[in-house]
Write a protein that binds this ligand. Structure first.
Ligand code: BGC
Length: 410
């Protein structure tokens, strides 16, 4: 059995809007307006009969986060489960709209809430990894241009500074922005998510804003807590060439634009790189030609080996790495144990090859609200029955526990 280096962080991740319940932000507003449309789109894309998610996917209620899985009030119970799995770290996000419900007005009670969350983790020897922003915006800011407000970097870094000051020495790890690429793509290029802007130019503008926001927040965090580490969580894809010169060139362009553009502009203001790994694209003349031997409930190809390629590529940046997300929608837990094991094997080998990977966070600790797909995709190591809010560990949580305890059989 091979054990990971001492001090390696084995964790799981969530985000506030997806698990807490009762958020009042631009997303919660958008969901209510768009639920009927999203349900109708689901119906028009599916044949119905053989689809196990049809009932949920065709119901507008599925698309409204509502009380979600009530992690806001059940966090202690959830951490007891995390402890049972053997996790020594937990990545979660702070809900900006709770902390700053109006421009420059801090809600001290909500800050106290998160301090309690952090202290509860600490008591259980679970290291908190705080995501400062995992996409939803306070309504006042969304109504004033959102990330396109010329002062966005100031607002964001002021908020980051407030968190670093309030949490003090209890927090050593900050993830500034979650997946700037995915947010910019869906909200500013494809027009899928609020505020539904479209166009390549908008994507570029959004990414530039987020680069500035990250760099400004990094400086503020360090001013308040010089010993804390901060970095972004980037979505990185394994682009593989389908063969031939043209595909090789396309792969290089895609890998540069998607994987390297953001990180190379913030690396001087980052103590680590967070990588969220989900996707493999075998490129053949612009099309995605994967084998799809195994797929998740959302139809995403499961390709754990691809993470080695990404880790190899980012070695040159010379920064410690955390896998800040990796997981799948898998209600019946058919592939989760396999995906976890194979991904961790690849990570282990990368460490042996000299890449400084310091942690792995499975997405997700709990079943949760999967953005414009709503509740039907089940990402949790722990399943949640939303009628009773009962938590049940899936079998793959045992697989994870064994790896953490005993190591990997390689
Ligand atoms: C996001 C999560 C999301 C997960 C699965 C990542 O892109 O950070 O919020 O739930 O992927 O889609």
């Amino acid at each position: 059995m091979k054990k990971f280096p001492a001090g390696f962080y084995f964790g799981a991740a969530t985000s506030s809007h997806q698990v807490e319940g009762n958020c009042d932000n631009d997303w919660s507003r958008w969901e209510k307006k768009n639920a009927e449309r999203l349900a109708a789109e689901y119906v028009s894309n599916k044949s119905g009969l053989s689809d196990p998610f049809y009932e949920a996917g065709s119901n507008p209620e599925n698309y409204i986060s509502g009380n979600s899985v009530d992690h806001y009030s059940r966090f202690e119970e959830d951490f007891t489960h995390a402890e049972k799995i053997g996790l020594n770290s937990y990545r979660f996000s702070i809900e900006w709209s709770r902390i700053e419900p109006a421009d420059g007005k801090w809600d001290e009670k909500e800050i106290e809430h998160y301090i309690k969350v952090i202290k509860t983790l600490r008591k259980k020897n679970i290291e908190p990894f705080i995501t400062i922003w995992h996409w939803p915006l306070p309504v006042w800011l969304a109504d004033d241009g959102g990330i396109m407000n010329p002062r966005f970097a100031d607002y964001f870094s002021r908020y980051a500074s407030k968190l670093a000051e309030s949490f003090g020495k209890d927090v050593s790890f900050y993830i500034t922005i979650n997946e700037p690429e995915i947010y910019s793509l869906n909200s500013y290029m494809l027009g899928k998510w609020t505020p539904q802007k479209k166009g390549v130019l908008n994507y570029y503008r959004a990414i530039k804003v987020l680069i500035r926001a990250h760099n400004a927040a990094y400086k503020k965090i360090k001013e308040k807590n010089a010993s804390a580490s901060a970095g972004p969580a980037c979505n990185m894809t394994y682009f593989e060439s389908g063969g031939g010169v043209i595909n090789n060139i396309l792969v290089r362009i895609a890998a540069y634009l998607w994987n390297m553009f953001f990180i190379s502009r913030v690396k001087r203001h980052s103590d680590f790189i967070g990588i969220n790994y989900y996707f493999h694209n075998r490129i053949r003349y612009g099309l995605n030609k994967n084998d799809n031997e195994k797929v998740s409930d959302m139809g995403w190809e499961l390709y754990p080996a691809g993470i080695s390629y990404i880790l190899d590529k980012i070695k040159k940046l010379n920064l410690p790495v955390y896998i800040t997300e990796n997981g799948l929608a898998d209600e019946n837990d058919l592939h989760r144990g396999w995906l976890l094991t194979e991904t961790l094997k690849a990570v282990y080998k990368s460490i042996e090859n000299g890449i400084d990977v310091r942690g792995y966070f499975h997405w997700s600790l709990l079943d949760n609200f999967e953005w414009d797909k709503g509740f039907w995709p089940k990402f949790g190591l722990i399943s949640v029955d939303r009628r009773t809010m009962k938590r049940t560990l899936r079998g793959s949580a045992d697989v994870y526990r064994n790896i953490i305890k005993r190591g990997l059989d390689i």
